[in-house]
Design a protein. Structure first.
Length: 214
């Protein structure tokens, strides 16, 4: 079983992907964490969003320490902004392409894989039998992220998170390579007025009754 979960930041796609992976005994890959890890590695080398070059960023992919995907250090707004910049670079996305497809075809454990990100259903795994696109109103997503970061002890304000997320949305949706968009055959779920349990139940219903379940 392969499940693709795409969506905007703080929409709930990661939460859904993890719950589906646990429920069906599937390996899970947060592909956004790959770009965050690369962003953190570049920041640690003194490179910023305004000065990093495409070939330079792509050149760091083969030697990227994948343990960084599990680090709490990648979950900051600074890293998120850097990740959004490098994710728009075609050479970087191409270098990550085979890694993500190999994970899906040869998962490290379980009965299959769940990948979540921005272009899983549209580019990485266009033939995945189950695809979801998760989104929510920008203000609601910004409020969720603000509360999340404050809960981790970070001093952030809603208006700053909102503006950073608005810029990131524009960059992700407007980039020429693999823009953030729903695949034609993806099930769209607006989580603006839904909690995680309701989203999970809706996704389960589709999987259990959809054509890919047979």
């Amino acid at each position: 079983m392969i499940i693709a979960v795409d969506g905007s930041a703080a929409s709930g796609k990661g939460t859904l992907a993890k719950r589906l992976a646990s429920h069906y005994d599937l390996a899970h890959l947060d592909t956004g964490a790959l770009y965050r890890a690369l962003g953190l590695a570049l920041l640690r080398r003194g490179l910023g969003p305004d000065i990093v070059g495409e070939e330079e960023a792509a050149g760091h992919v083969p030697d990227l320490d994948l343990s960084l995907t599990e680090s709490a250090d990648i979950r900051t707004d600074e890293v998120a902004a850097m990740a959004s910049v490098v994710a728009a670079l075609p050479a970087v996305r191409q270098n990550f392409l085979s890694l993500q497809r190999d994970f899906a075809s040869n998962p490290p454990h379980g009965r299959g894989a769940v990948l979540d990100g921005r272009d899983i259903g549209s580019v990485i795994l266009p033939d995945a039998p189950f695809k979801f696109f998760i989104d929510a109103d920008l203000e609601i997503r910004a409020d969720r992220r603000t509360r999340e970061l404050q809960g981790k002890g970070q001093s952030v304000m809603f208006r700053d998170v909102f503006e950073d997320m608005r810029i990131r949305d524009e960059r992700d949706r407007g980039r020429s390579t693999a823009p953030l968009c729903a695949a034609a055959d993806a099930v769209a779920i607006d989580t603006s007025s839904m909690d995680a349990d309701a989203v999970f139940t809706m996704a389960l219903s589709h999987i259990e009754t959809g054509p890919g379940s047979k």
